[in-house]
Each structure stands twice: as structure tokens, then as C-alpha cells.
Design a protein around this ligand. Structure first.
Ligand code: CA
Ligand code: CA
Ligand code: CA
Ligand code: CA
Length: 238
């Protein structure tokens, strides 16, 4: 004898709004102006949920089981307004004649949610759950550095990448390091000292390029050109 009105509160992009306030109104005639809020705890609602107003769950869902009648559901949430009227801070369903059950109701709110509180609205935020007011995105893939599992986009996940910020598009080894990073022009990796001489630098590049060649990361021709650029560079010269 108890029948659903149930559904979901969503944003204009279809994302569930958690914790939205949903309120059930009832009328015995369905006439405009005769709808009154069902009292909290009322037996008009089945014992499974007699909370009114109620809150949507983590995915924006709500629902009651009710006695026959005419109903409306209103939804409102912080920082949300009606998509049709910015001055109206709630939306309502049309009149629901129950029975039959009213399932899959969708109440759409226009929300300016900022879940992580970083000042960038969720819909524009490249990491909606991680505060990153600067929206830094090293590899420009639309996923902010704060939540990108491969910040430099070299195919090696952050946890395994011992060379962060590899130049975009550069060829890297399994550890996420490019030849430039293994043999920086300024001096040996993991050393504060400069190269002893130009030959030491060229030798580092040659060795790395050979390793990359053997691993099939570069062609023989590419290896040749990398080594020749190193030889022509002034790296390691004072
Ligand atoms: Ca953010
Ligand atoms: Ca990114
Ligand atoms: Ca990486
Ligand atoms: Ca890297």
C-alpha cells in the first residue's frame, strides 16, 4: 500500500548532488495551492523512511514510500539555484499522481559547487577533489597536476617515475627519464658538480643512447643524431 516517489537530484551536467534537501508535499485533490509539507514522521510515509525533509545520499538519490495521493518533491542545495530562474533557490517536480509509483524522478539544479574549496567551481576544476587554485597542468592533458597519476605524461606513473617533469613528448626509459634528464648539460645527474670535461658529457649521452637503442626506444639513426648533437654542444666545456 506504500508506493514510491523516488529519484535523484542532479546538476545541469548530470552529476548527483549529495546532501541536497528534498521535501515531500502532498495534496488530497491535486489542486494548486492545496499542497502541504508532509509532517516529519508522518504515517503517510512508510516506516522505511519517515524523514521529511530528507537529504540525498552520496550519489544524489532520495526516496520515500507513501500512501496514495497527489505529491510534489522540492529539492534545494547550498550554492544551487533553479536552471530556469537564478533567483529561485529550489526546483520542484510536476504534480505526481500516486499510484502509479513515481520512479526515476530527476530534479535538476544549477550548482556552483566547489567541493575542494579551492575557489574553482567543480565543473571548471581540473581536480575537483584536490585543492589546486593555480590549476597547474604540466602536460596539458586537462587533468591537473594535483590529481594526475602521470604528471609529465611520459607514460610512467608518478610513483615509478624517478624523473619528474620530463620534457613533453620526450622519449623516456622505464624509470621515466629522458636522455636529457640522465645527462643534463649542467653536470652529472645527482651531482652538484659540473662535468669534468666535454668528453664526460658526450660519453654519458652515448651510453644512455646506446641503452635506449637496445631497449628499442630509439632507432639507430636517432641514436646517431642524439650523440652527434651532444658532441657539437658546449656541455662540459667551461
Ligand atoms: Ca581543485
Ligand atoms: Ca596533467
Ligand atoms: Ca611520468
Ligand atoms: Ca618523467
Amino acid at each position: 500500500m506504500y508506493i514510491d516517489p523516488s529519484g535523484r537530484v542532479v546538476t545541469t551536467t548530470g552529476v548527483g548532488v549529495p546532501g541536497a534537501t528534498v521535501t515531500l508535499f502532498r495534496s488530497s485533490t491535486g489542486e494548486t495551492g492545496t499542497f502541504v509539507q508532509v509532517p516529519n514522521g508522518s504515517a503517510i510515509m512508510s516506516p522505511s523512511n519517515q524523514t521529511n525533509p530528507d537529504l540525498t545520499n552520496a550519489d544524489g538519490f532520495f526516496g520515500w514510500d507513501v500512501l496514495a495521493g497527489f505529491y510534489k518533491v522540492r529539492a534545494e542545495a547550498a550554492d544551487c539555484v533553479s536552471p530556469d530562474d537564478d533567483a529561485q533557490n529550489f526546483v520542484e517536480t510536476a504534480v505526481l499522481t500516486i499510484p502509479p509509483p513515481a520512479l526515476g524522478l530527476e530534479l535538476v539544479l544549477d550548482c556552483t559547487l566547489d567541493t575542494d574549496g579551492d575557489g574553482v567551481e567543480d565543473e571548471a576544476d581540473n581536480c575537483p577533489l584536490d585543492p589546486n587554485p593555480g590549476q597547474e597542468d604540466f602536460d596539458g592533458d586537462g587533468i591537473g597536476d594535483a590529481c594526475d597519476t602521470d604528471v609529465d605524461g611520459d607514460g610512467v606513473e608518478n610513483g615509478a617515475d624517478i624523473c619528474p617533469e620530463s620534457s613533453l613528448g620526450s622519449v623516456v626509459d622505464a624509470a621515466g627519464c629522458s636522455i636529457d634528464q640522465l645527462c643534463p648539460c649542467t653536470g652529472p645527474r645527482d651531482s652538484v658538480l659540473p662535468w669534468k670535461n666535454h668528453g664526460q658529457y658526450v660519453s654519458c649521452v652515448t651510453q644512455s643512447a646506446t641503452t635506449f637503442r637496445k631497449a628499442g626506444l630509439i632507432t639507430q639513426k636517432e641514436k646517431g643524431s642524439i650523440v652527434s648533437s651532444a658532441a657539437q654542444s658546449s656541455c662540459g666545456m667551461e
